[in-house]
Ligand binder design. Structure first.
Ligand code: HEM
Length: 375
């Protein structure tokens, strides 16, 4: 028995329309290419073959989602800057105006406010994914180091942004944060004066934090993200570590539209969630900063609470342990990791030392944060 397949017939006019459109598209692209030479590089960027073990695993969407979140922060940040007044006299009122009077100001500020936490969470989860799968191996040391730098830049955004509303919360957290920097042996005084732009918190501090927040950090993070993505493409993704992944190793999908669409859909869900959060709970704004208040208990943003708690266990002369020794071990460990861990093994269940250190670090972070929250 012969089987026939019926193709839906296409009207002659449609075929002509289509070829005319293709013709216009080719001419526009040729025009652009002759003037910029960029059409081919962009095309090969979009057609990049993504292995299916990457495309089918949601853990690999974390990096792209971090990038989407970073972009959302840039867009909402620019909109906020249209109305924000970076002076101790005007900052609080401008943020109050944005939150309660400006049409959709609550939405823009809400997405930026909750987005900051989402960015830290996503960056952290993405880092854990690359840590536990040892994705820093196979000549990817510089990619890992660029990631470590990105983590600190993201935290820098959080620290500098917290002061900007110039309310009690931001003011006192910065007061304590800069005091902690001031307690570092030898260079402490210099660090404190540098961060505050003088001895006390004031206009100079706000100008510095604002400049760092809207110019220095975005420019630096932009450059490092480009380097991070370039290195990713240069090396390709680290090979799979599971049997299922290995079976999918030689199958590929083009970066556009497959991976882009998947990340974009997840990004839209994330944005929807941030809008929902902004709607049910306005981004917080406490009373205006009052340098004379004596009974305010300073509290940093939740992702710095663990450090705050750590400080409580090392009072007086021992403070140096929490301020210098522990951070140096943590930062030094992150930087040196790809140079120390040289074995070819990448499966976390076969790497008891790195896996135990990773889990211990997560447990310590969660425990210290919970203790600080309840303390
Ligand atoms: C703003 C922050 C960051 C952005 C936008 C970003 C972006 C990305 C993207 C899009 C990928 C590919 C997809 C994926 O693996 O999820 C990736 C891979 C990678 N990232 Fe990041 N990343 C950031 C921070 C970090 C951090 C904090 C680390 C580690 C300290 C890191 C280390 C890596 C490594 C080693 C890879 C290669 C993964 C592999 O080959 O399997 N990144 N990053």
């Amino acid at each position: 028995m012969t089987r026939t397949v019926d193709f839906p017939s296409q009207p002659i006019e449609d075929v002509h329309e289509q070829s005319k459109r293709n013709d216009v598209k080719t001419r526009v692209l040729d025009w652009l290419n002759e003037r910029t030479g960029l059409v081919e590089p962009v095309r090969s960027f979009l057609n990049y073959p993504v292995p299916e073990y990457v495309y089918r695993n949601y853990m690999y969407t974390l990096g792209g989602l971090t990038l989407i979140m970073l972009t959302l922060q840039a867009v909402t940040g620019i909109l906020l800057a249209f109305y924000y007044d970076p002076s101790p006299e005007g900052a609080y009122n401008s943020v109050d105006y944005i939150t309660y009077v400006l049409p959709y100001g609550w939405l823009i500020r809400g997405v930026h406010h909750y987005g900051a936490s989402a960015l830290v969470i996503l960056t952290g989860l993405h880092m854990l994914r690359t840590y536990f799968t040892s994705a820093y191996k196979g000549k990817r040391e510089i990619n890992w180091l660029s990631g470590v730098l990105l983590l600190f830049l993201v935290l820098g955004f959080g620290f500098t942004g917290y002061l900007l509303p110039w309310d009690q919360k931001g003011y006192w957290a910065t007061q304590v944060g800069t005091e902690i920097a001031g307690s570092v042996p030898v260079v402490g005084d210099y660090l404190l004066t540098f961060a505050r732009g003088g001895e006390f918190l004031g206009q100079a501090t706000l100008t510095r934090f604002y400049t760092i927040h809207i110019l220095l950090l975005p420019a630096t993070i932009g450059l490092i993200v480009v380097a991070h993505v370039y290195l990713l493409r240069f090396h390709g993704m680290a090979p799979p570590i599971t049997e299922r992944g290995k079976r999918l190793m030689n199958r590929f999908v083009p970066f556009f539209p497959y991976w882009v669409t998947k990340d974009a859909v997840l990004g839209a869900v994330l944005l929807g969630f941030l809008i929902y959060l902004s709607y049910i709970a306005r981004a917080s704004l406490e009373f205006p900063a009052d340098p004379t208040s004596s009974n305010y208990t300073p509290r940093p943003e939740w992702y710095f609470l663990f450090l705050f708690q750590l400080l409580k266990y090392f009072p007086g002369p021992l403070e140096v342990v929490a301020v210098v020794v522990v951070p140096m071990i943590a930062v030094g460990g992150l930087i040196l990791l790809p140079f120390i861990d040289r074995s070819a093994e990448r499966r976390p269940w076969r790497k008891p030392i790195t896996t135990t250190i990773g889990i211990a670090a997560i447990v310590a972070f969660v425990l210290l944060t919970v203790l600080a929250q309840n303390g």
